[in-house]
Design a binder for this molecule. Structure first.
Ligand code: UDP
Length: 337
């Protein structure tokens, strides 16, 4: 009864590995370490450094470890990058999943949990957005994930696999014990950028678009704490093990905060001020994205613990401070250079 996590050394995947290990599960990780860190894995967790698209590797790991479920985190996640280099996103997200599914089908793996995104909706007609809403992605990132959802649906129907697609809203925060968090250099996500500014690592933060028809003119997002997201995956795994049928679920809290409100929360929690600069809209951005959470709450046995923006920010900040200290300690000192 082993669970295979692709991308298990990354930001969300590593929180999931910790949650599963703490629950006494057997896990194995495949990660190419492009954005992940082997140090994020708890001791004793087998890590295979390689690509989730490498079918020989995946089949070998499934067979050797008796894998019964796959949780597929590996992929690329930055909307603006996907606008610049769409083919990279169709390769890393869509094509990689095709290879992974091929290996899973060949080896008879019956359960699959897939990390999708609210970006599949594009600008929704109604907010909060439900899973029934039309999918009209505005970015290759959203399209690459939507194509994968469609493929997974077809593969599961043909081969007797059951899946849960989790459409993540805006994942933020860090492990409440600050053991792990978002450490990717050059990360672009709002809370990360804001805590970097609060810790003095950036001079300012840009607000991309202040002329949207929202109350304060900036975009609105539904932030979910990464540890709650990990617990949602655990609940999805229990659901599938209990013979739950394939389902697609929004994964957010159902409450929106504007970009300006989020930055203000970082200022308040950190007690530090930093410059905020109004900038043009960012191509591919959705204006308002808030989850209708009724389906996940009725389908899964999931009770979020950190449904509070200030808590999310506090954990992100504690992690960022630790990371900043560690990176400074690693840097060669001028005197010894
Ligand atoms: N954003 C911003 N400044 C930044 C980073 C992000 O104004 O430095 C905005 C971005 O334009 C979007 C929202 O914050 O409206 C969330 O962006 P993020 O990249 O965190 O997540 P996304 O919703 O694109 O997945």
């Amino acid at each position: 009864m082993t669970v295979l996590l692709t991308g298990g050394a990354g930001y969300i995947g590593s929180h999931m590995v910790h949650a599963l290990v703490e629950a006494g599960e057997r896990v194995v990780v495949i990660d190419n370490l492009s954005t992940g860190f082997s140090a994020f894995l708890p001791e004793g967790v087998p890590l295979f450094i390689g690509d989730a698209a490498d079918e020989n590797l995946v089949e070998g790991v499934i067979t050797a470890h008796g894998v019964e479920s796959i949780i597929h985190f590996a992929g690329s996640v930055v909307v603006p990058d996907s606008m610049r280099d769409p083919l990279a996103y169709y390769r890393n997200n869509t094509m990689t999943t095709r290879s992974l599914l091929n290996a899973a089908v060949k080896c008879g793996v019956g359960r699959f949990i897939f990390s999708s995104t609210a970006a599949v909706y594009g600008n929704p007609d109604q907010v909060p957005v439900s899973e029934h809403a039309l999918t009209r992605p505005l970015s290759p990132y959203g399209s690459s994930k939507l194509m994968t959802e469609i493929m997974l649906h077809d593969v599961a129907s043909a081969h007797g696999m059951n899946y849960v697609v989790l459409r993540y809203f805006n994942v933020a925060g860090a492990d409440p014990l600050a053991r792990i968090g978002l450490a990717t250099v050059g990360a672009t996500h709002l809370v990360k950028i804001a805590v970097e500014a609060a810790t003095g690592q950036r001079a300012k933060i840009d607000v991309f678009g202040t002329d949207y028809p929202t109350p304060d003119g900036s975009c609105i997002r539904d932030f979910i704490h990464v540890s709650d997201l990990a617990q949602a995956h655990r609940a999805a795994l229990s659901y599938l093990r209990g013979n739950g049928g394939s389902v697609t679920l929004n994964c957010g809290y159902g409450r929106g905060y504007s970009v300006l409100e989020t930055i203000e929360a970082v200022r308040r929690v950190s007690g530090r001020t930093f410059a905020v600069q109004y900038a043009p809209r960012r191509p591919g951005d959705i204006m308002t994205m808030v989850a209708d959470t009724s389906r996940i709450r009725t389908t899964l046995d999931w009770a979020p613990q950190y449904d509070d923006l200030e808590t999310i920010v506090a954990h992100a900040l504690a992690w960022e401070e630790k990371l900043f200290r560690e990176r400074q300690d690693e840097m060669p000192h001028a005197a010894s250079a």
